[in-house]
Design a protein around this ligand. Sequence first.
Ligand code: ADP
Ligand code: MG
Length: 240
Amino acid sequence: MKSVGIEIKNIALSFGSTAVLKDITLTIEPGEFFALLGPSGSGKSTLLRLIAGFNQHQRGELLIDGKDVTGTQPWLRNVGMVFQNYALWPHMTVAQNVAFGLEARKLPPAEIRAKVASALELVDMAGLANRRPGQLSGGQQQRVAIARTLAIEPQVLLLDEPLSNLDAKLRTQTRQELVQLQRRLGITTIFVTHDQEEALTTCHRIAVMDQGVIQQVGSPMDLFDFPVNRFVAQFVGSVN
Ligand code: ADP
Ligand code: MG
């Protein structure tokens, strides 16, 4: 599948009188593994949900693969989102959870079975296809959530703090697996995190966000060596 780019131009979004995204401009290249890094409440999830189509902006433009998707429903955007809390169906097996989005698209059963199998293979969960989420560890549940998202073959992968519910050891391991998976698929990916080390060690480029404003965009080295302001310097840890 070809990789697609994302262009965010002067986007503003408010909830009531609260401005949450303020004039956001950002270009994400096709195939890029891009991090949105910022403290809690800075607007990361809001921006991700906007790209997915769950939030609407009041001003600005959002282009995916060169097309303005403003007002387009989430399921027509070819974008897959993985949530922090996994959001799996507890009464369904792993395979049924992964099949869910494919069944909603009314694919033939044989095709669904093949796509479920290959998605579970990607995250190394093929052996646990008949378990229910309650019988899995947090890390395994997160893999299933990733498989479910990849099964629909999105052109863009949005990950909202996908590792934050995992313990430290599993977090490092899963992080490395995500890097490999992203590289293998070449899928344009936005990875949201409040953890600077996670962003610096996984992504091609990082946007540092604070209070609804992008403070700086750059490679891990750029941000670390040439922070544009004190907030960025402190947040990426190049000064105390
Ligand atoms: P982050 O993901 O960086 O922690 P969020 O995007 O979740 O930040 O939230 C940014 C701000 O927007 C917060 O102040 C939050 O309370 C507010 N916010 C998020 N969603 C809503 C909503 N649906 N209605 C009102 N305020 C919201
Ligand atoms: Mg968030």
